[in-house]
Design a protein around this ligand. Structure first.
Ligand code: NAD
Ligand code: TYD
Length: 355
């Protein structure tokens, strides 16, 4: 069996759903259920005996130690993190606590467990750490895309905390020999994406007749990957990756934010036209930029393709269409996540931004 952390969140829940659909191997799912964790994402696994959910913190080494001893997993996949750049700007402390201190305690518990394994079980054990391209910092317009050897230059409290966690994972391999794998992936989008992030926020706001907030000039570039492709990359690295190695994961889909906004508006115009017949793009508003906003991310995904044979299945066009369809078909999920907590966040993040 495998232990997956943070799997009630966006990417983790997609990973566990895909895993349970494709494997017989059971999953223990450890998640603290912060504002970003949502058991509704895993509702279809409720009666699945191969999925065990445990609410808890990766920083609780005693709990993690107990889970490892009881379930004897052959791998740990670590998704658990605070993940939103804007939230890290408003309040960095939770990011340090979970992403740095939490990862450290998790590594300690895993090291103790792995140290007690023997023979093939010890040799075959893997700790896969899911990280982000944001640790590499910001690229100029004509710079080559991030390779695995690009210097770490994190610019936000979020990316700095993820960078710190990557360094700890690296050190546990180098110092203790823990068989680790690290993936650094570009921006994901797809089902179960919490509507604080750009793409789901656009869909939700557009349908509610609200403003579509574009930070600054909207010319910041992100490299977008459909979440199911990220999940397939993680499965591939877990199966075939060389321990101690880092694999960059990306979709070769660099897009300016404003182009994303227009693409989403165009799809909604087609699939769910406004009652007044006007285009959703009328709702676009340019608002105050994010402090320290990284200008461009781009992933060079040649290593994972060359060494492990992984490639994304979706283009941006197919993935974004699936995503918009999913949100249109899952309005109940959307209404359930738009809780009081979510409304307070929207007030905090957007109230101070002038048009
Ligand atoms: P998310 O915020 O949607 O989910 C995070 C999950 O972790 C939530 O279920 C939350 O309850 C849980 N969690 C938070 N703190 C915890 C703790 N201390 N102990 C246990 N569980 C805890 O995030 P996501 O977008 O699904 O990202 C998952 C991972 O992938 C993160 O490590 C993130 O850095 C990385 N990543 C995300 C993206 C992206 O575009 N979203 C891209 C590359 C890498
Ligand atoms: P986001 O989805 O928060 O991901 P990240 O900051 O990790 O890349 O944001 C994606 C891009 O969209 C980023 O450049 C910030 C921008 N953005 C907006 O322009 N408006 C918004 O309301 C949000 C949430 C993000």
């Amino acid at each position: 069996m495998i232990l997956v952390t943070g799997s009630a969140g966006f990417i983790g829940s997609n990973f566990v759903l895909d895993w349970c659909a494709q494997h017989d191997e059971p999953v223990v799912n450890l998640d603290k259920l912060t504002y970003a964790g949502n058991l509704e994402n895993l509702a279809t696994l409720k009666d699945n005996p191969r999925h065990i959910f445990v609410q808890g913190d990766i920083g609780d080494a005693a709990l993690v130690g107990r889970l490892l001893a009881e379930h004897q997993p052959r791998a740990v996949v670590n998704f658990a993190a605070e993940s939103h750049v804007d939230r890290s700007i408003h309040g960095p402390e939770d990011f340090i606590q979970t992403n740095v201190v939490g990862t450290f305690h998790l590594l300690e518990a895993v090291r103790a467990y792995w140290g007690g394994l023997e023979g093939d079980r010890k040799a075959d054990f893997r700790f896969l750490h899911v990280s982000t391209d944001e640790v590499y910092g910001s690229l100029g317009r004509d710079d080559p895309a991030f390779t695995e050897t690009h210097r770490y230059e994190p610019n936000s409290p979020y990316s700095a905390s993820k960078a710190a966690s990557d360094h700890l994972v690296r050190a546990y391999h180098h110092t203790y020999g823990l068989p680790v794998l690290t993936t650094n992936c570009s921006n994901n989008y797809g089902p179960y994406h919490f509507p604080e992030k750009l793409i789901p926020l656009l869909i939700v706001n557009a349908l509610a007749g609200k403003a579509l907030p574009v930070y600054g000039d909207g010319q910041q570039i992100r490299d977008w990957l459909y979440v199911k492709d990220h999940c397939s990359a993680i499965r591939c690295v877990l199966e075939k990756g060389r321990t101690g190695e880092v694999y960059n994961v990306g979709g070769w889909n660099e897009k300016a934010n404003l182009d994303i906004v227009h693409t989403v508006c165009g799809l909604l115009d087609e699939l769910r036209p406004r009652a007044d017949g006007k285009p959703y793009s009328e709702q676009i508003r340019f608002v105050t930029d994010r402090p320290g906003h990284d200008r461009r991310y781009a992933i060079d995904a040649r290593k994972i393709e060359r060494e492990l044979g992984w490639k994304p299945a979706e283009t941006f066009e197919t993935g974004i269409r699936k995503t918009v369809h999913w949100y249109l078909d899952n309005q109940d999920w959307v209404s359930n996540v738009l809780s009081g907590n979510y409304r307070q966040w929207v007030e905090k993040n957007y109230a101070g931004r002038t048009e």
